[in-house]
Each structure stands twice: as structure tokens, then as C-alpha cells.
Design a protein around this ligand. Sequence first.
Ligand code: ARG
Length: 466
Amino acid sequence: MTLWGGAFSQPTDDAVRRLNDSLRFDWRLYDVDITGSIAWVAELVEAGVITPDERDRITAGLEQVRAEFARGEFQPAPGDEDVHTAVERRLGEIVGEVAGKLHTGRSRNDQVATDVLLWLLGAQAQIAGAVAALMRGLLAQAEAAPNAIMPGHTHFQPAQPLAAAHWWLGHFWALARDVERLKSMADTWCDRCPLGSGALAGTPYAIDRQRLAERLGFRRAAPNSLDAVADRDHVAEMLFALALIGTHLSRLSEDLIIYANPAFGFVRLDERYSTGSSLMPQKRNPDPLELARGKAGRLIGHLAGFLATLKSLPSGYNKDLQEDKEPLFDACDTLLDVLPPLAGLVETLAIDEARMRGALVEGMLATDLADYLVGRGVPFRQAHHLAGQVVRRAETQGVPLSALTLADYRAISDVFEDDVRAVFDFDAAVARRAAHGGTGDTVWQIAAAHDWLDQISAPATPHRPE
Ligand code: ARG
């Protein structure tokens, strides 16, 4: 028997049931579903709908169902459409008829909206933790080789020398935004509780929704029941946040795949974090990085797909909304699969400082050559042009910039003096870019990254149930 079959004279077609049923994936909501139900019966007592004794029996029964799920002992029964009906069916078997009072004044619409929101808040914290673990690895690499210098690229062409720490920290700060994005979601629109909205129009019982919201760790109650049951903005926002994390991991992976290629040889992956080829014995393949890069596509797909699900829904709950769970769960699972191996890979890889330095070419100092002229009063546009002529002359002669004679330089501009040699110092070029945020001040950046990690791992103001 379904929970809603009173007006029906025929059973649901089997194929429809297979399509409709969601227990195979939404069982994961059992914990938050039961937490929500326990808060709900507490408020039903306050509203004078059930007695304290009934509340206690229902609550004890729900805790038993929770324990069965947690131990993996929960047995689905035919007719268990989704996690909500399954929990209620099992509750009835345990506590008898009083179980039928649990759903008073409530609908699965406000129930599932609340469950998904609570689950999502838990997942945010978990993913933020996994991202932070990877960030610790990036920071450790930045600190491990304070003097390493490598070519920086724009358009993937050699551009200017960078402290290797600056490159590691570039990825660190992108992920810092991701973690802050997840955390800030919890403190904005995700702090409104949908429970007590009923199916669409609200609940007719004297439920104190503010107190109910606070019981569940929310700051306030959602202000409009019709909106509250159909609002999945937080799912879309979460999918965006996860897709962007995936995008950042993909870019980090792409860099590392290139740098691990022997033609670059800037990094060498630890054997535990790379794989071999079944054919070519010399290969060391960066599979975890390729998978991180590949899975970004899947995360982006979940976001695009779910927005399409939402876009044409008429007001109120529609069954389309059941499609919120699989992308959300899969996106979270995907990142929780990808992040730990990436963190391990970053932590254990070896950088080759000599190969990094060996890849620097003097052309990367052409900007510094222009700045040399600027320092002697030449307007930058003109200095840029003159430095370009130096590059051209060196190319024509097939020599590095520093191998041109002073006469060559002075043929281009008599502002050049013998001290122009001092320009050809990669370390000095890096150190010179010391204005805030530049590659020349990684000492400050490393300290700031530590501060950031300390703050983010400090316990947040607890307004969520643990
Ligand atoms: N399994 C449903 C979902 O995930 C629960 C809500 C069902 N509501 C309804 N009116 N049929 O969306």
C-alpha cells in the first residue's frame, strides 16, 4: 500500500514505479530526514497536535530506524517509494499506529526540501575540508623550494620568470575562493528552513516556524511556503561551486601534466600517484591528473543539466525536482574521489629546480630591458620598442640578449650603458616584482596562506546541528 493510495483503485504500473521511485539514491538522506522528523514532532507537541508521550514514542522509533540505516540493516520493502515513505513505513512497524501522526501538517514537499538543504550543508563542510587538505599540499610545495624559479607563461608562451612558489600559490588562492564560496553559501540563503511550508500553502497547525528552524540549526524560516517547496537555488549554487572547484582542479592538473612531461621535466610524480603503460615500459602516466581534468566536464554537465531542469517549472512543487539529488550526490562524490589522490600527488611529487631554471630564456627578461630604459627616463612605449629591437638583433645573430656587445646595444639606443648586463639576472627579475601580489614577495604570500588556513579550520559559529 502506498502512503497516498486512498483515492486510487488500481496499483501503479511497474514501469511507472521504477521511474518514480527514488529510494535507490535518496536513501542517503535518511539521517537528515530523521533529524527533520524529530524536530517536527517536537513542534507538533508545542502546537497541541500530539502528546509528549506520542512524541517520545515516535522519536524513539525514529532513532531506531536511524540506527538500522547506519548499521546497513535497513530492509527496503515493496512500496517504499522514497526515503521519506521508507522511514515512515518502518516507523509504523516499530511503534504501531502512532507513527501515522508524524506526517500531520507536513508534506513530503517541505520535508524533502529541508532534507536536501540539510544534506547539502553537511556536504559543503566535507568538501571544504578536502579542498583545504589539497591546499596544505600546495602550500607545503611553495615553502619547500623558496628559491626555485621557473618560466611563467601567457598564451602558453614563455613570458617572465616566476618564483615556483608563486605558481603553486596561484592555485592555492583559486581554491581559497572556492572554500569561501562554500562557506558563505551556508550563511546566506541556505540559512532559511522550508519545513512547515506544507505542500505549498503552509501548515494549518500552530507551528512556531522560527523555533522549528532554530531546532534544525537554521537562522530563520523560509518566508513563502510556495517558493520554499520548489526552491532549489542552493542546489544550483552548490553545483556551480562544485563545477568551479572541478574547473580549478582541472587547470592545476593541466599544468602538472605539462610539467611532468619529460620535455619540461619540472616535476616528477611519485610512483604511488602515477601509472605505467601496458605496452611502453618507459611511461609514467599522470592518470589521477587526467581524471581530475576529465571529471570537470561531468561536474559542469551536472550544473547545466540541473538549470535546464529548473527553468520551466510552474510555481509549486513538481516531480522534476526529484532530479536534484543524483547530480548533487554525484558531484559531491566525484570531488571526494578526486581531491584526496590529488592532495597526495601534490604532496609527494618532486620538483626539479635545475630543469625549471634550465628552461628560462633571456627573452623572458625583455620587459626588464625596457624597464632599464624607463629607469633612465625613456617613456615606456619607446622603451618597449627599443627592447624589441634588441630582441630582434639577438635573434638575427642567433645569440642570447646578454651576448650582444655594448656596441650592439648602443647602436639601438645610446641610453644603454655597460650596467645593462645587470638586467640578465632571473632572480633579480623575480625579486623586483615585489609590489603586493607580485612574484617577488612570496614570503608575505606564504604567511598569508598560513593565516588563511588557520582561520578556515577554526571552528565556525555553530548554527548547524552536528
Ligand atoms: N521523492 C520526492 C522528491 O525527491 C519527494 C517529494 C514527493 N512529493 C510529491 N508531491 N510527490 O522530490
